[in-house]
Design a protein around this ligand. Sequence first.
Ligand SMILES: Nc1ncnc2c1ncn2[C@@H]1O[C@H](COP(=O)(O)OP(=O)(O)OP(=O)(O)O)[C@@H](O)[C@H]1O
Length: 355
Amino acid sequence: MANLAVHAVHKRYGAVRALSGVALAVPSGQLSAVLGPSGCGKTTLLRCVAGFERVDAGEIEVGGRLVASAGRQLPPERRRVAVVPQEGALFPHLSVGDNVAYGLGRAARRAGRVHEVLELVGLAGYADRMPHELSGGQQQRVAVARALAPRPPLVLLDEPFSALDAGLRADLRRDVRQALQADGATAVLVTHDQGEALSMADQVAVMRDGVIVQSGTPAAIYGRPTDAWVADFVGEAVLLPATVAAGVARTVLGELALTGATSLDQRDGAATVLIRPEQVAVLADARSGQVAATVTRRDFFGHDALLSLRLDEGEIEVAARVFDRSGHALAPGERVGVTVRGPVLAYREQPAGVG
Ligand SMILES: Nc1ncnc2c1ncn2[C@@H]1O[C@H](COP(=O)(O)OP(=O)(O)OP(=O)(O)O)[C@@H](O)[C@H]1O
């Protein structure tokens, strides 16, 4: 059973349509991410689920109970939905233990629930500290522990790591995911960070202009995006004009086999193909590969680097992800050969800026 079911929810602020028929189902015990760019309606959706906003139309059910529709608005405190905000969730004058115990009955306190959830988030032994004695990351861990403590039917995480620096975020994502899983919580993570959504969630719902445009596992969202916009938003995308015939796309990078994804319209004709930068192989010899190119930029990330390559043919820029451990890093100006590994997806549409 879905612990959260959102059916055709609409919400407008004056002339602004914030939500235009949102549908979302989060099965019990799963973490779903709502991923979308700034202004797409993520926060509005979260506020409608929590009960801070009324919906104009549609329905929201939490734990099988109707909590919101055009004619019904259960107040936030009666929905039992826990919210972990970006920061500032804790009462500054209460200890960590008292913060976590705040929403708990005496029986749960006595049963050691405070200790249990603090242990889940990696803060066993911190119960007597005050919030100002914790780092930002530790404070967010306490906020998660407090949200989990009363075993709510649903936990909403509103960009909970956005105020923390990148180094802290990776550990915290992993630990919070583990804590939610270990406690069997059903949760929704709202984020504009695709790395966060893909690494943490069981299911990802991609939102654009007040609508969920694709839902699926992280692998499906990344590997089979429903259109070129999703492809570009979820990860780096190389989008090239192509002509499709008999399962093969003819492009400036040669003839590329299509993945055969049945969810897409891949009929013969003009199309746009999606190539991920990790599929673009860079060869030291400019005469090898399909096309010769010049390196125009190199962004180094430590574990890998992203190269921008200007193809001789068509003067098109493509991105290539390279794992260069040889010590010879390709620098701007160098000449290389380019070829594509593995099959590609094709879209019938022509996105803006391509062609
Ligand atoms: N109280 C409000 N009054 C008027 N317009 C609003 C209000 N709240 C949100 N909006 C508008 O609704 C749209 C969706 O906003 P929302 O905050 O839900 O987006 P978001 O995806 O959460 O963005 P961000 O990631 O920047 O927080 C935006 O166009 C926003 O300007």
